[in-house]
Design a protein around this ligand. Sequence first.
Ligand SMILES: [Zn+2]
Length: 130
Amino acid sequence: MPLSKQQLEALRQAIESRRAALARELHDDAARMREETFGALAGPVTDTADEAVADLLSDLDNAELSRDLAELRALENAQARLVEDGFGICVDCGTEIPYARLSVQPATLRCIDCQRLHEKTFAHLDKPKL
Ligand SMILES: [Zn+2]
């Protein structure tokens, strides 16, 4: 059953508000990280050892940051598909993704079966949540 206009509109709004919240969060995180890295950690005297420590810590923090960035990209991707068509269609098998699944994960690219298969196939590479 294709998505109704109301369902599409609800998803569009859900995607946009999530995207906006995430963008704000990322902005705050980046600002906080800059402060922590170059303020408190590196201290007023910046030599190479301090920089190495600061780099290491920002790398650790970046795991969360890059997860958020990946989600942000997925949401922007979903917004593009809403405009261009193809939204709610599984990229792997071409079937319609049920509204129940989209309402929980509006940025998802796959139906539940293909997603499971995808995660199994790529589980050793990373852990996609969408
Ligand atoms: Zn599929």
